[in-house]
Design a protein around this ligand. Structure first.
Ligand code: SF4
Ligand code: SF4
Length: 92
């Protein structure tokens, strides 16, 4: 499972050069993580560097439900929801 960047991103670019595999790049409206490149920093650092670097806690383990919702909103031109992965997690 890769990491993702939520809509909390403020485009500060702090994470971009911290990533050991260069999986992070600017997107149309915010920075994004290429899930096919991200290795979760496994073997590089004990804590993902993007998580360490981000000042607004926008980097988190990817959740498909969040990404589907964001793509759906964007396709309809809606403003992004201000949800963070931590706020939307539910107990089992
Ligand atoms: S978890 Fe590590 S490899 Fe994945 S995007 Fe963040 S810094 Fe890059
Ligand atoms: S460090 Fe956080 S706020 Fe800055 S560009 Fe990366 S995800 Fe966005």
């Amino acid at each position: 499972m890769a990491y993702m960047i939520s809509c909390e991103c403020i485009n500060c670019s702090a994470c971009e050069y911290e990533c050991p595999v260069r999986a992070i790049a600017p997107g149309p409206s915010q920075f994004t993580i290429d899930a096919g490149v991200c290795v979760e920093c496994d073997g590089y650092f004990p804590l993902p560097r993007c998580v360490y670097a981000c000042p607004v806690n926008a980097c988190a383990p990817a959740r498909e439900s969040y990404l589907v919702k964001m793509r759906s909103l964007a396709s309809r031109g809606a403003a992004p929801l201000r949800l963070t992965p931590v706020q939307t997690q539910t107990s089992p």
